[in-house]
Design a protein around this ligand. Structure first.
Ligand SMILES: NC(=O)c1ccc[n+]([C@@H]2O[C@H](COP(=O)([O-])OP(=O)(O)OC[C@H]3O[C@@H](n4cnc5c(N)ncnc54)[C@H](O)[C@@H]3O)[C@@H](O)[C@H]2O)c1
Ligand SMILES: [Fe+2]
Length: 392
């Protein structure tokens, strides 16, 4: 007799090794030696902002102490275009890198994932072959990730997002992108400006919320991680925005963002992200801000289908949450207020978006079916337009 699948049947996968601690960056050399024994050159993928913030030196020192030459690629741009990722790959091949380290925000870590795959000497892959969900079986060079924002959770996801062409974003979901190890050092995030702290922190909260309400692959492990992520992020976001030097708050944010990443890598994100991507692609708004702008309106749209789950999250976020619909409403309004309280603009019109451009945004959002299929309530182009209008 064949067993009937139960609601508890699930699969869960994540990065196997996390090293955390203030100053943990000094352990980068040991990690490199462990996961890439015999490598002579490490390719460190980052951006000019991270370099200018003076964050690289301890990492480079740790690599040197482990006998590795470090080749720095600091040409990553926010919402990295495909040609930037390809240029980084060429540099890694020329340097004969035996190890890749993503060092920065989601943009740098995503490019590092692509470099680790495409620069592997035995892969004969072109970048477009990677687009999509597990589209090819790929090998990669050893890969370490060091986040310097507390937001995307990219350090623990098998996702990389690339800007292709003028305005569209394409996703890669591939098990080969899961890093060998992650190093969490909250010291690296102390200098994050308040606006970046706010936007990236809300991105992380959205990961937790969307994982918890995902229509596909939501499971007891992702639920547990999403709830703990939201507790940490919700409890510390405003403290980290108001006082960047508050190390406890920074640690909560960094751990919360990672846990949310582990959650959504297994229970994928949905309409908030689908509607945020065109704002990044067309208007070049930062990823977290794009999420924050559409978040309250997508939550209100989803409430008829996801209200019970929102009420559960209200219990995690708010000390005096009510049960049922009232709690769901409290949770939605709390999230709506958080963007404004953390200093972010709250309307599309204040971010350079024109009302005449909303229809194009809605059309582009429909291209994100990979994400929309996870939404707890089906959402069509007319719904997307109504959400952008409400957010305008
Ligand atoms: N792979 C995934 O799972 C995943 C998930 C969500 C988003 N993303 C992608 O991640 C990207 C966004 O990443 P992000 O929000 O982390 O931003 P980011 O990597 O684009 O960095 C934003 C800015 O912050 C600066 N910065 C980073 N760390 C700093 C620090 N410690 N001090 C001072 N400045 C610092 C950078 O120089 C940059 O100017 C987007 O491309 C998005 O699509 C990926
Ligand atoms: Fe995100």
């Amino acid at each position: 007799m064949q067993a009937t699948p139960s609601a508890q049947d699930y699969a869960f996968q994540t990065v196997a090794h996390v090293e955390a601690g203030a100053g943990a960056c000094s352990r980068l050399g040991e990690l490199a030696a462990r996961y890439a024994p015999g490598a002579r050159t490490a390719m460190l993928v980052t951006d000019a902002g991270v370099r200018k913030a003076g964050l690289l030196e301890p990492a480079l020192q740790a690599l040197r102490a482990a006998g590795l030459q470090a080749q720095v690629f600091d040409g990553v741009q926010a919402d990295p275009p495909d040609h930037v990722a390809l240029f980084a790959c060429t540099q890694a091949r020329e340097a004969r890198a035996g190890l890749v380290i993503g060092f920065g925000g989601g943009s740098s870590m995503d490019v590092a994932k692509i470099v680790a795959c495409l620069a592997h000497p035995e892969n004969r892959l072109e970048l477009p072959q990677l687009y999509g969900v597990e589209s090819v079986r790929a090998q990669r060079l050893p890969l370490l990730q060091v986040p310097t924002t507390a937001g995307t959770g990219s350090e623990v996801t098998r996702v990389a997002i690339v800007t292709t062409g003028a305005t569209t974003k394409s996703g890669i979901v591939n098990a080969a992108l899961l890093a060998d190890a992650v190093l969490l050092d909250a010291e690296l995030t102390r200098g994050l400006p308040p606006a970046v702290t706010a936007a990236t922190g809300i991105d992380a909260m959205v990961h937790a919320i969307e994982a918890y309400t995902s229509a596909r692959r939501k499971n007891p492990m992702s639920d547990m991680l999403a709830r703990e992520a939201l507790r940490l992020l919700g409890g510390s976001l405003l403290r980290a925005v108001d006082d960047g030097g508050d190390l406890r708050a920074r640690e909560d944010m960094l751990r919360g963002a990672m846990l949310a990443g582990m959650a959504f890598d297994n229970a994928p994100v949905a309409a908030v992200h689908a509607l945020a991507y065109p704002l990044g692609g067309i208007h070049h708004l930062p990823h977290g801000l794009s999420n924050a702008l559409v978040l309250p309106h997508v939550l209100r749209f989803n409430q008829p289908a996801a209200g019970e789950l929102y009420a559960e999250l209200a219990q995690v976020l708010l000390p005096r949450a009510e049960p049922g619909d009232a709690g769901a409403h409290q949770m939605i309004e709390h999230m709506a207020g958080l963007g404004a309280r953390s200093g972010l603009p709250t309307r599309l019109r204040d971010c350079g978006v024109e009302s005449g451009g909303l229809a194009l945004l809605a059309r582009e959002a429909m291209g994100q079916q990979r994400l929309l299929q996870n939404n707890p309530r089906p959402l069509n182009e007319a719904d997307a337009l109504a959400i952008y209008q409400a957010a305008f």
